[in-house]
Unconditional design. Structure first.
Length: 389
């Protein structure tokens, strides 16, 4: 654990103790003043290093700057409970923090001077949370919500979240996955929602939603591959539990990349031969990881292992003679290739649709199953035709 994390954790301990004492006594109690000063000095010292400190509550656990604590901590979990009880899911400290802001935070958390109403964002302390609300029928609205200086809460759709905040939530997602805190039920709900959206909105509209060239995050890429997998599977007449499992397999196909050194994932130049050998381990690492996660469909394990095995078995990991990759793995390889080409990479710009189609035709029969590749290109044609009409 680095020194900054230790400072932040000790500061959280002081905040928790100050809050508990303030709730029992008053803000004027000498013990509260001492603990508030300790919290202020600790957080200020940490801000001198990183300029921002982010505390997020996920599954009743306190995540600090996108990283779960290295071991169980009673006081961190207790502080997560306090934040949650006050309707706070995300707490950010920004460089320039004042003693008065810390004191106001402690008073609000302790229920002093008006209680919950006093908990509103200030210049150097920001509150927020993530919510999922049912709007009408089966439609849901996911939002990152922030509390303004007047206490009013603004709902920001995830697609409009600033890149910095989106990156932070992606980092948190990845950090939790690394600690095997993955909730398969939540992923299953995402897939169920996409299947319902396909039936409601139609193939072309959903596939078009993946046609963007934003900076890639693993979760975004996996969601795109899921949409493309569902489009392929439904066009082949696949329904029911198999369709659902194909979607889950897509969401989890690249999970092994979270076990690869981050510097390789964000490297701006092409990987060296040695680095690529390390990268090639992610299918095996991902499959091994998923084997230990309760509730993961076996199809997802197989797909994570096989999604870089080419149709002619020249990919990786090396396949024994006579091996036949699963249908879902072959569908996922096509979706993965298409979305990767359409995505901004550290070492290249997005590839235009015409070039992608040309490459897929060239790779049909070697990298891709020829019939599946033709089916996917037909889906793209329907999508393009729908956009033109």
């Amino acid at each position: 654990m680095d020194s900054e994390s230790l400072i932040v954790q000790e500061s959280v301990r002081s905040l928790l103790s100050a809050t508990a004492n303030a709730a029992l006594y008053s803000m004027g109690h000498p013990q509260v003043a001492r603990l508030a000063e300790a919290a202020y000095k600790g957080i200020s010292a940490a801000l001198g290093v990183s300029r921002q400190i982010s505390l997020t509550v996920i599954e009743d656990e306190l995540i600090i700057n996108g990283e779960p604590p290295s071991s169980f901590s009673l006081f961190l979990n207790r502080f997560a409970e306090v934040l949650k009880s006050r309707g706070i899911g995300h707490l950010k400290f920004i460089e320039g923090l004042s003693r008065e802001e810390i004191i106001a935070l402690i008073a609000g958390l302790a229920g002093q001077e008006g209680g919950k109403a006093t908990l509103s964002s200030s210049e150097h302390i920001r509150f927020g949370y993530v919510e999922l609300r049912e709007e009408s029928g089966d439609e849901y609205y996911a939002a990152y919500c922030v509390s303004g200086g007047d206490g009013e809460k603004r709902r920001i759709p995830l697609r409009e979240m600033p890149a910095e905040e989106l990156a932070r939530f992606t980092e948190i997602y990845e950090a939790l996955i690394k600690r095997r805190k993955m909730k398969v039920a939540g992923i299953a709900d995402i897939v169920s929602g996409l299947i319902a959206a396909f039936r409601r909105e139609g193939e072309s509209r959903l596939v078009t939603a993946t046609m963007r060239s934003d900076e890639e995050y693993i979760f975004t890429h996996s969601a795109n591959v899921c949409i493309l997998n569902l489009a392929q599977a439904m066009s082949l007449g696949i329904e029911g539990q198999m369709l659902h499992d194909i979607g889950i397999a897509a969401m989890l196909h690249d999970i092994g990349k979270l076990l690869i050194p981050e510097e390789l994932l964000i490297k701006k130049d092409r990987l060296t031969p040695l680095e690529f050998e390390i990268m090639k381990k992610h299918p095996v690492l991902g499959a091994r990881h998923l084997l230990e996660v309760p509730g993961v469909p076996r199809l997802a394990v197989v797909t994570a292992y096989e999604h870089h095995m080419r149709y002619d078995l020249s990919g990786y990991p090396e396949a024994p003679e006579g091996w036949r990759p699963n249908l879902c793995s072959q569908i996922t390889m096509i979706s993965d290739f298409f979305d990767a080409m359409r995505t901004q990479r550290p070492y290249r710009n997005p590839v235009d649709l015409r070039t992608i189609v040309s490459r897929m035709l060239d790779m049909s029969g070697s990298d891709f199953h020829p019939l599946l590749a033709r089916n996917f290109l037909n889906i793209l044609k329907r999508m393009v035709d729908a956009r033109r009409s």
